[in-house]
Design a protein around this ligand. Structure first.
Ligand SMILES: Nc1ncnc2c1ncn2[C@@H]1O[C@H](COP(=O)(O)OP(=O)(O)O)[C@@H](O)[C@H]1O
Ligand SMILES: CC(C)(COP(=O)(O)O)[C@@H](O)C(=O)NCCC(=O)O
Length: 240
């Protein structure tokens, strides 16, 4: 059994895999301590694959914890732009997020292009594959929580709990929190809709796949038909 770990800016996502294309027993943690505690209940894996978008000491810390448990040394997965199946369009592929690459790799292996792949986490990333599965490029937007945090720290009078964005529709809001939530919905889901529309002008009608901690919520706020795949990035780790 292989342990798969995806270190994002907000959460650590993990799962186990018996083989290519399959992810089981998945979960998430918001801290390294919580993550290690959750894993203590699992049998020692045969191998470990990790990807990370953090440039802090999270990865060395996790590797040290595994070593203290006498677990195998993890394979730190980095972007390889020499796969026949997928080539990243960035001028410098080393600058491209490994999480975005793995989500695309999953989609290339399982779905019919053209595809639009969206990850709604700390940031929202939107990438496109044309009908030959060639990466065209992509967009990075602020995530829902990042928008809320930035807005309310810049204008503390707006500070309140995040409301339910699903129920805040339309411009005629009559309360500060409602006005903020509806505005966030326009900026977040509306921004994504705009990007999908522009991408589809070039690609034609595309298969839209959504992942990330806010992915399910995003699918509910979009007018487009979409498919939500919670473990898209972890599954990408099985294809490397
Ligand atoms: N259990 C949870 N803990 C923290 N955030 C969660 C949780 N479930 C869903 N979320 C949402 O997921 C978002 C983070 O998504 P995620 O894909 O994990 O981001 P990242 O890949 O940047 O770490 C948070 O902003 C939050 O709105
Ligand atoms: C854009 C991201 C910060 C998204 O990270 P996340 O929200 O999943 O934590 C990550 O993919 C990243 O660090 N990318 C490197 C820059 C780029 O892809 O252009």
């Amino acid at each position: 059994m292989q342990l798969l770990v995806d270190i994002g800016n907000t959460r650590i996502k993990w799962g186990t895999s018996p083989g290519r294309g399959v992810v089981e027993n998945h979960g998430s943690s918001s801290s390294i301590a919580e993550f290690i505690n959750q894993l203590r209940f699992f049998a020692r894996p045969d191998s470990i694959r990790i990807c990370s978008v953090r440039h802090d000491n999270s990865l060395p810390c996790i590797i040290q914890e595994f070593s203290a448990m006498a677990w195998p040394d993890p394979e730190h997965v980095l972007l390889k732009n020499n796969l026949d199946k997928l080539r990243i369009a960035y001028k410098n592929p080393a600058h491209y997020g490994i999480d975005r690459f793995l989500a695309l790799l999953s989609v290339c292996n399982t779905r019919q292009p053209p595809s639009i792949v969206i990850s709604a986490g700390t940031a929202v990333t939107i990438d496109a594959l044309d009908n030959r599965c060639v990466h065209k490029g992509g967009i990075i937007l602020p995530g829902l929580r990042s928008m809320h945090t930035n807005l309310t720290s810049a204008a503390p009078v707006l500070l309140s709990e995040m409301g339910n964005i699903e129920t805040h529709i339309g411009p005629w809001q009559r309360d500060t929190q409602d006005a903020v939530m509806a505005g966030l919905r326009y900026a977040w889901a509306g921004g994504v809709e705009n990007v999908i529309m522009d991408m589809e002008c070039d690609l034609g009608k595309a298969d839209v796949v959504v992942t990330g901690g806010d992915g399910l919520l995003l699918t509910r706020c979009l007018k487009h038909d979409t498919t939500y795949e919670e473990t898209l990035i972890l599954r990408g780790l099985t294809y490397v």
